[in-house]
Design a binder for this molecule. Structure first.
Ligand SMILES: Nc1ncnc2c1ncn2[C@@H]1O[C@H](COP(=O)(O)OP(=O)(O)OP(=O)(O)O)[C@@H](O)[C@H]1O
Ligand SMILES: [Mg+2]
Length: 221
């Protein structure tokens, strides 16, 4: 199968009080199209940092990151943002919805910014699909945690990204909502043929992916 993402000898270091902290240490990873991968590992091992690097939200100290054979490490911030906006959907543990925008507006905004036609009706369709047809006009504060995460996922997949990055997407949810969210994510990737990289502490959820990767002290073990 075709390669979607390739990390080659990727390192990430932070400088704290003149000390070098090696957060990611010589990461090599190839992700194929349609592949689903779970990332597990202890707190502080570097999982979120890896997601940030892949999503272009953080810059590698050294190494190469190729997305669709394009070297992200050589691109300007603007170019990286454009690639991310169009091709990568990111879901976090905290939902980061725009607080004064309704559920519908949160999803429609992404489509509008990307010049999609009929952003409102497309956003409605997505929210409908996620069981939120009676919540269009609710603000995030008027939604439950599970509902907010469904809106966040609808927003992340509105552009039909080739890659979904999810960092503890069910971390703030009870088991019933976790199950619903994981079903939605896996159904989407199966239907749309996108790839999924998901960080999770939940082993049952991790086992739903085709591949499981463990990070120990910034290294893939
Ligand atoms: N901006 C930063 N500056 C300095 N150190 C950082 C920064 N961001 C993260 N770190 C450090 O990098 C290490 C890895 O952090 P990261 O958030 O990737 O861990 P994680 O595996 O996601 O942990 P958790 O399971 O708790 O979310 C930690 O030791 C953290 O303190
Ligand atoms: Mg983390």
């Amino acid at each position: 199968m075709t390669t979607l993402l390739k990390l080659q000898n990727v390192n990430l270091k932070y400088q704290n009080d003149k000390k070098n902290l090696i957060v990611l240490n010589n990461i090599n990873l190839t992700v194929k199209k349609k592949e689903t991968i779970s990332i597990v590992g202890e707190s502080g091992s570097g999982k979120t940092s890896l997601i940030m690097l892949i999503g272009g939200l953080e810059k590698a100290t050294s190494g190469k990151i190729y997305f669709n054979n394009k070297d992200l490490t050589n691109l300007s911030e603007d170019k990286i943002s454009e690639i991310r906006r169009k091709n990568i959907g990111i879901v976090f543990q905290s939902f980061y919805l725009i607080p004064n925008y309704s559920a519908l507006e949160n999803v429609a905004l992404t489509l509008e910014l990307n010049k999609f036609r009929n952003p409102n009706s497309q956003a409605k369709e997505l929210l409908h699909r996620f069981g939120l047809k009676n919540r269009f006009n609710n603000l995030p504060s008027q939604l439950s945690g599970g509902e907010q995460q469904r809106v966040a996922i609808a927003r992340a997949i509105a552009m039909k990204p080739e890659l979904i990055l999810a960092d503890e997407p069910t971390g703030n949810l009870d088991s019933e909502n976790s199950l619903m969210i994981s079903k939605i994510l896996f159904k989407y990737v199966a239907e749309e043929g996108s790839s999924l990289i998901m960080v999770t502490h939940d082993h049952k959820l991790a086992n739903k992916s085709k591949r499981k990767i463990k990070i120990i002290d910034g290294k893939i073990s």
